[in-house]
Write a protein that binds this ligand. Structure first.
Ligand SMILES: [Fe+2]
Ligand SMILES: [Fe+2]
Length: 361
């Protein structure tokens, strides 16, 4: 029976309780190694590898020189299945499938000194995507307790890695879809692109000034970038018309809110920004469209995008009217506080917009 140090156990408990996905894979694996080595001091070093494309890379190590991080290997020993495996003299065992260069690199970091290794696979979708290795330069005795704990660490690392992969995939999809949409807009109406980017910049700064957290700010950024995406469905002769729109034409343009909202339907990773597309033309006094929402029914992120959107529209030239000056536009926002805009968002926006406006590219 092993005697674990109280300190090691409590730092392990603390780590597991505070686990979160904001942590990088490198930080997580390093912490896991620290804890394993503290709980099992019979090991004097350890490392974690993760597969990147076709090769294995070291993402964390303790007790090895940093050159270990430079090794890229195509074949490394990883146990099959989820049970940990005890390996004697891992370097001798690996020589057969390592390249000459890899052998040199491993010798340089002292791998031939290792007498006992416990390895466990990190598995996602039933495939090994990485491995945790605890090594000793002595012929230590490996207990059943230790193997049980290693199995649990392997599972924990597997869960974390899987969640990270899904999170990345989801983010990747979101980015790709949004960028594809933006390209479509650009092809159609070059004005919209500069507009979306400015709205995003204004809205993000206003959101930060309001003290919103990074998740909200991120949502506001992507929501702003595609807030007018529904204009893809507005016929070109209306969208690019150089003169003022007729009331019928204006009704068609107004539909871009509902069209954008339905375009994003069915993509779980865009679900959290859809409402920005639908409601960015709502007004606090209830005279906006498409739903005539009132101030307390309009979400805060939408209110932020609305001010940014209106400000950019006012300060941009249109074929049928000249741009307002910065002072005129700010005055307009102040005047509309409580009518078109949320009073607090409008007030907070004034100084932010004033500061950002001059720095426009
Ligand atoms: Fe719009
Ligand atoms: Fe807009």
């Amino acid at each position: 029976m092993n005697e674990y140090s109280e300190e090691a156990i409590s730092s392990a408990i603390n780590f597991f309780e505070n686990l979160n996905l904001r942590m990088s894979v490198e930080d997580f694996m390093r912490k896991l190694l620290e804890i394993s080595l503290a709980i099992f001091p019979i090991f004097d070093r350890g490392s974690v590898i993760i597969r990147h494309g076709g090769e294995w890379r070291y993402v964390a190590w303790i007790g090895y020189p940093d050159e270990l991080g430079e090794i890229r290997a195509t074949n490394l020993y990883i146990p099959d299945g989820e049970n940990p495996v005890v390996v004697d003299r891992i370097m001798e065992m690996s020589r057969g499938f390592l390249t000459r260069r890899e052998i040199e690199q491993f010798e340089k970091v002292g791998s031939e000194l290792l007498k006992k290794t416990v390895a466990v696979a990190i598995r996602v979708d039933n495939k090994a995507v990485g491995g945790i290795f605890l090594d000793s330069t002595k012929d230590v005795h490996i207990t059943d307790d230790l193997l049980k704990a290693m199995k649990a660490f392997g599972k924990l690392a597997s869960i974390f890695t899987a969640m990270k992969l899904y999170q990345e995939r989801e983010r990747g999809y979101q980015r790709e879809i949004i960028l594809a949409m933006r390209k479509a807009m650009e092809a159609r109406d070059p004005h919209t692109v500069g507009h979306s980017e400015r709205v995003a910049r204004y809205a993000v700064s206003i959101a930060k000034k309001l003290g919103l957290d990074m998740k909200e700010v991120d949502k506001i950024y992507w929501g702003s970038i595609i807030h007018d995406i529904g204009k893809l469905a507005v016929p070109e002769q209306i969208l690019l018309k150089p003169t003022k729109l007729s009331p019928e034409e204006y009704e068609v343009v107004k539909r871009h809110t509902i069209v954008g909202y339905s375009m994003l339907e069915g993509y779980p990773w865009l679900e959290n920004i859809r409402h920005i597309l639908r409601s960015h033309h709502e007004r606090c006094d209830g005279n906006g469209y498409p739903d005539g929402l009132r101030c307390d029914e309009i979400p805060l992120d939408v209110k932020v995008v609305s001010v940014a959107d209106a400000f950019d529209a006012m300060t941009s030239h249109r074929a049928y009217r000249k741009a307002l000056s910065l002072e005129q536009a700010l005055h307009e926002i102040e005047k509309e506080a409580g009518k078109q805009f949320d009073p607090e968002v409008a007030r907070t926006s004034l100084s932010v917009l004033e500061e950002l406006f001059d720095k426009n590219p």
